[in-house]
Write a protein that binds this ligand. Structure first.
Ligand code: FAD
Ligand code: SF4
Length: 481
């Protein structure tokens, strides 16, 4: 039972400070201090009202049992808090750091006071659990004679594999990259997510019995149909990797790259792993096209690499800095959050469209012609005549989203149906059009969030378990959408 008067005693939220900008832009460590258990942690957890209808749990795609752990944090009962948390989340050390905390924008206390610190409680529980040696391998009690291949080792693949291994099935995770983790490994910069967190979790999974096969591309090193023949079930968790391009004059100039050619190399360099493209922002005029999360990660990376200047273009208007008065809740948290990279430097140009890449005689990009947009006769983004100008750019990073998964070899070797967007089509239970083949994570949902990928992976595992054994006791957080 929570302290029924906790929210009346402590009415303010203790915002967790990031490390100072002038310090953190000189290293690749986490921008957050993450100092573990603090004197205010338990007092803040006591602000949870333990609502009869916990909307926070509905806001969390995993259905994390938030009011229960808030109260256990309040009492400092870390073992029980960890037990509750690990019932619903396979990677709380990741969501506790980089989830946009959909739960907090659903917190009922948020109507009149700042919401409770749910994400911080999550990361404190799991950090305490590791610290106190509570996180141990949970090997299956019984081994089945069923085998599963999981293709892709991002959060969806990892969560799915862990659930199935713990159910007793023999699970092999195939990953084409040289290290496990999907976008968590090389896509998301180290200053948001330190990679030792992934290594630690992979070690736990290996101790439980999951087998990882990095450097193995299904479709090339092993054909998809061969994989299906070898295993009782196949899970496709290959992510949404095909980047949206820009069909503009000058697109073929040197120095124009997709964000996902740039970001993974930056993290590879931090860890001394051989790079694929060798792109470096040092000393350059960098222009990032697209002001979403990926663009923001490019900004923080370019600043740390020592770019001369960085400009981020966004066709949308500037987002409001706070919730509008007439919309107290519920709302979508990310619309109102400023990313850590935005605090570190760079110039954001809103209501701006790109017109043409401008090159020098050697064929290298040197500028980008841009134009202002405003609502008008051609829709919300009508180009405003007379506003065209060229801004300097000798490194351009295209960060305008992802289209769908790369299904080139899959379609040839094990043709599954795709949906209208090019994602892998599934029924409610994550089953594709091929018997025994399931799909989860961004490969089926489209580019999304880690928390959704984990929810998909867990729920897909339940569907696979049921397919293999006729029934399942594994939880299903969601149905496929
Ligand atoms: P992925 O993480 O993409 O993993 C798929 C894996 O499959 C990859 O490792 C790939 O190499 C492998 N693979 C593909 N094809 C094959 C094949 N044929 N054979 C073998 N392996 C294969 N979400 C958040 O919640 N918070 C954030 O702060 C955040 N930041 C992000 C920053 C960036 C730059 C990007 C691009 C995304 C970010 N996201 C964030 C989104 C989040 O990372 C994804 O939604 C999530 O990783 C999807 O998980 P997944 O397991 O479906 O796929
Ligand atoms: Fe909130 Fe995200 Fe944690 Fe769920 S996973 S409790 S939405 S921070």
């Amino acid at each position: 039972m929570a302290d029924p008067r906790g929210f009346l005693k402590v009415r303010t939220r203790h915002e967790v400070e990031d490390r100072p900008v002038e310090q953190r832009v000189h290293d690749w460590n986490d921008v957050h201090a993450h100092e573990g258990l603090q004197p205010w942690t338990q007092e803040q957890a006591a602000r949870c009202m333990d609502c009869g209808t916990p909307f926070c749990m509905m806001g969390c795609p995993l259905g994390n049992i938030i009011p229960e752990w808030n109260d256990l944090v309040r009492q400092g009962r870390w073992r029980e808090a960890y037990n509750r948390l690990s019932m619903t989340n396979n990677l709380p050390e990741v969501t506790g750091r980089i989830c946009p905390a959909l739960c907090e924008s659903s917190c009922v206390l948020g109507i009149h006071q700042p919401p409770t610190m749910i994400r911080n409680d999550e990361v404190t529980i799991i950090d305490q659990a590791w610290e106190l040696d509570l996180v141990q391998p949970m090997a299956p009690q019984r081994i089945s004679d069923r085998t599963v291949a999981v293709v892709g080792s991002g959060p969806a693949g990892m969560a799915c594999a862990q659930q199935l291994t713990r159910s007793g099935h023999t699970v092999v995770v195939y990953e084409r990259d040289d290290a496990i983790g999907g976008l968590m490994r090389y896509g998301i910069p180290n200053f948001k997510l330190d990679k030792h967190l992934i290594d630690r979790r992979v070690a736990q999974m290996e101790a439980e019995g999951t087998v990882f096969r990095p450097n193995t591309e299904i479709g090339v090193d092993i054909f998809w149909d061969e994989l299906r023949d070898r295993y009782d079930a196949v899970v496709v968790a290959t992510g949404s990797t095909v980047a949206r391009d820009m069909d503009l004059p000058g697109r073929d100039l040197e120095g124009i790259h997709f964000a996902m050619e740039y970001l993974p190399d930056a993290t590879r360099r931090v860890y001394g792993v051989p790079e694929r493209h060798g792109i470096d922002a040092a000393g350059k005029h960098v222009v990032i096209i697209g002001g979403g999360d990926t663009g923001s990660d490019c900004l923080g990376t370019a600043i740390r690499q020592g770019a001369a200047d960085v400009t981020v273009l966004q066709i949308m208007p500037q987002e409001p800095a706070c919730r509008p008065d007439n919309q107290p809740w519920p709302t979508f948290a990310r619309l109102y959050q400023k990313t850590s990279s935005m605090q570190e430097g760079g110039t954001y140009l809103y209501n701006t469209d790109s017109v043409e890449f401008v090159g020098d005689e050697s064929g290298h990009v040197r500028g980008l012609k841009i134009v202002d947009v405003a609502p008008g006769e051609n829709g919300p983004f009508t180009r405003q005549s007379g506003t065209e100008r060229v801004i300097p750019a000798d490194l351009v990073l295209i960060s305008v989203g992802f289209l769908h998964p790369d299904t080139t070899t899959l379609e040839r070797q094990l043709p599954v149906d795709l949906d209208a967007r090019g994602n892998i089509a599934r029924d409610d239970a994550f089953a594709t059009s091929q018997d025994g083949v399931f799909a989860c994570g961004d490969a089926g949902r489209g580019q999304s969030l880690v928390v959704w990928a984990i929810a998909e992976g867990r729920s897909c595992a339940a569907a696979v378990d049921e397919y293999l054994t006729g029934s399942t006791e594994l939880p299903r957080a969601i149905v496929a959408s």
